[in-house]
Design a protein around this ligand. Structure first.
Ligand SMILES: [Mn+2]
Length: 358
């Protein structure tokens, strides 16, 4: 039995779940190794089924380990199939993914699977996925290398005639050309006044002089990478240089100490205190310091002031991404990805951080 299936069954036993219905695509991929956004898994203590439709069945049979999952193509509605399977097995408590199942889907499963009590599965998949094994980290690193190579190839292509949307598209093209399965999220390429929005949308206008922020990621094996670099279009004035070094100082202060056992809250605090200590930047770092990265671009844990007493563990992969955003003026963010290891941490981002003027 796969380690993941064994771990899930351990948690199911602990929580009193006789069966779990997996409908979220990332959890589907995590559990059975096959990516089907419309696939469903039904897992009990002694059986596991991968329900696939005709579009995916051939690949599913090839890629899913038959020692763990029986691959089936239901000829009836999924809810009805699940009911028939569970009624025969004697399962009484079926857990569903309350984080992602829609209210409508839940109602329909409740109606169809009337032999079971349906209960929310809570954080079981978050808890499993938060700790990455070597294979998973390898995927994230490979995606990150592609993103870095693509950024390096993009820089010489930037001219004052380029639009933000062109540069975003160009970066996405380069990542795919370099072997990425897709993009981690819609690429952010925002210049000038548009850079003051942390998640600004690229505009179909020529890039403005001043800061230009690129936030982007590649994908390998379903795993994401995430990085941000801010460059200057034209020459940086003194105020811009000061702002850039402040963001970098805040980031480096965290990167110097981040590691196993450190408090999530404290990591955020370190960066925030450095930025807030400057009256001109106080309150201008309006988002949290970082987030976990894996099969989803934003996942647990979150490095934020609301993190409570949570701590970093060996196996976490998190971003460290402070920024300063001055409304109506401009903004700057620098983001690296860090792998927390036994007693330490490894920065997975190799891309240089000296201020680049274009
Ligand atoms: Mn990020």
């Amino acid at each position: 039995m796969s380690k993941r299936l064994a771990a899930l069954r351990g948690l199911m036993k602990e929580k009193g779940f006789d069966a779990v219905l997996v409908t979220k695509s990332e959890n589907h991929l995590y559990m059975c190794g096959f990516n089907n956004p419309d696939g469903t898994l039904l897992i009990t203590a002694d059986a596991a089924y991968a329900l696939q439709d005709f579009r995916y069945i051939e690949a599913a049979k090839r890629e899913i380990d038959s020692a763990d999952f029986e691959v089936v193509m239901p000829q009836v509605r999924v809810g009805q199939w699940v009911r028939e399977a569970l009624a025969a097995s004697g399962c009484r408590v079926l857990a569903y993914e309350d984080e992602s199942l829609t209210c409508r889907e839940l109602e329909s499963f409740k109606k169809a699977v009337d032999c079971c009590e349906l209960v929310p599965c809570g954080d079981i998949f978050t808890d499993l996925r938060i700790l990455k094994d070597e294979e998973e980290v390898d995927c994230i690193v490979r995606a990150q290398r592609i993103a870095e190579k693509s950024f390096e190839e993009l820089l010489p292509l930037i001219t004052y005639d380029c639009t933000e949307t062109f540069l975003a598209a160009q970066l996405e093209f380069l990542m795919k050309k370099n072997g990425s399965e897709g993009i981690s999220f819609e690429t952010i390429a925002v210049s000038g006044t548009n850079s003051s929005s942390p998640h600004g949308v690229p505009r179909n206008v020529k890039i403005e002089k001043g800061f230009m922020t690129f936030d982007f990621g590649a994908m390998i094996g379903g795993y994401h990478s995430d990085m941000t670099r801010t460059v200057v279009i034209g020459k940086a004035d003194e105020a811009m240089k000061r702002l850039y070094s402040k963001v970098l100082e805040a980031q480096c202060a965290v990167l110097d100490v981040i590691g196993e056992g450190e408090s999530l809250y404290k990591m955020d605090r370190i960066a925030r205190d450095i930025i807030d200590a400057c009256p001109e930047y106080k309150g201008a770092f309006g988002h949290s310091l970082g987030h976990g990265v894996g099969l989803e671009i934003h996942e647990a844990p979150t490095l934020s002031s609301a993190a409570g007493d949570g701590r970093l563990k060996a196996g976490h992969v998190v971003t460290v991404e402070p920024g300063i955003y001055l409304e109506g003026k401009y903004g700057c963010r620098i983001e690296d990805m860090v792998y927390i290891t036994k007693g330490g941490a490894v920065n997975l981002t190799k891309c240089p951080k000296e201020l680049i003027e274009i």
